[in-house]
Design a protein around this ligand. Structure first.
Ligand SMILES: O=C(O)CCC(=O)C(=O)O
Length: 281
């Protein structure tokens, strides 16, 4: 084991989540936050449109060196390795930016519903770049919910829901059992792709900014006919289920922009066969 104890790994397998772990210092978190605000804020949207991407918030690790470093953070990878083994890819990231005072929230859902991946071994590392607590609307997870497997979801129309189609578990969820994963800047949590989780509006006095990094072992494959791409961040890929994505040589390097466009095009192609993917966070 590289960073978790046997007991922590067992708890992850029994309960479907673990927290808190420190990835980097609060100072480093503040630098990453500034990077996110500079490159992924509303003011960056016109630049994103000029490079032909819907948003720099989608897979920023293909475009920006700060994000490429973040998804390769050794402390995060050590913990992930203890759960899924040494050959690790990043399939996706989601920027979870909940502005202070906004009514936005995330409904009960299971990530694995939208990723088109099998088997269900994907681990999300949710990395806090600002305080994430019960006031700012941290992620809450129902312990053991991942053991029930895939539960049907329904689209719910509600503009405050932060999932693109408001995808919500179509079953009653006992939210009173949910555990709030409270994190300070620079800390991360881990949750299983079948864990039922949600988050409440931000009633705190700061934006809640976090990045959900979707890590998969290289043995996981995409279930549809499209050849997808992913980024190898540790170990070796002996399975060849994905085309390997390049690390950006510099922010918005032309090769990086081309790789990002290519990855995005494959994603939309894949979502034609697996419509749930169009609802990926
Ligand atoms: O950040 C949130 O509020 C929700 C996070 C989430 O759903 C995820 O990381 O899968």
């Amino acid at each position: 084991m590289k960073s978790l104890t046997e007991d922590q790994a067992k708890r992850y397998h029994d309960e479907g989540f673990l927290f808190p772990f420190r990835a980097f210092s609060p100072e480093a978190a503040a630098r990453y936050r500034a990077d996110v605000e500079r490159t992924c804020g509303e003011t960056a949207q016109p630049a994103a449109a000029r490079t032909g991407t819907v948003s720099y918030r989608v897979k920023p690790y293909l475009l920006f060196t700060w994000a490429a470093d973040l998804v390769r953070d050794p402390a995060i990878l050590d913990a992930v390795e203890d759960l899924i083994g040494p050959d690790i890819m990043v399939f996706h990231t989601t920027m979870w930016w909940k502005t202070k005072g906004s009514p936005n929230r995330v409904p009960w859902h299971q990530d694995g519903t939208y990723f088109g991946l099998a088997p269900f071994e994907h681990v999300t590392a949710w990395v806090a770049l600002s305080p994430s607590n019960t006031r700012t609307g941290c992620v809450r997870v129902v312990p053991g919910s991942h053991l029930a497997g895939q539960i049907p979801h329904a689209d719910v129309r509600d503009s405050t829901l932060m999932l693109s189609r408001g995808q919500t578990v179509n079953a009653s969820v006992d939210g009173s059992r949910a555990v709030p994963m409270v994190l300070s800047p620079g800390e991360f949590s881990l949750h299983h792709t079948m864990a039922i989780h949600a988050s409440d509006p931000n009633t705190g006095d700061d934006d809640r900014i976090g990045i959900g990094i979707s890590y998969i072992p290289t043995r996981v494959r995409h279930v549809g006919p499209t050849r997808m791409s992913a980024t190898l961040v540790r170990g070796r890929d002996t399975h060849g289920h994905f085309d390997l994505e390049p690390r950006p040589a510099a922010d918005l390097h032309p090769d990086a922009v081309a790789a990002h466009r290519d990855s995005d095009a494959r994603f939309w192609e894949a979502s034609r066969s697996i419509p749930e993917m169009a609802g990926i966070h």
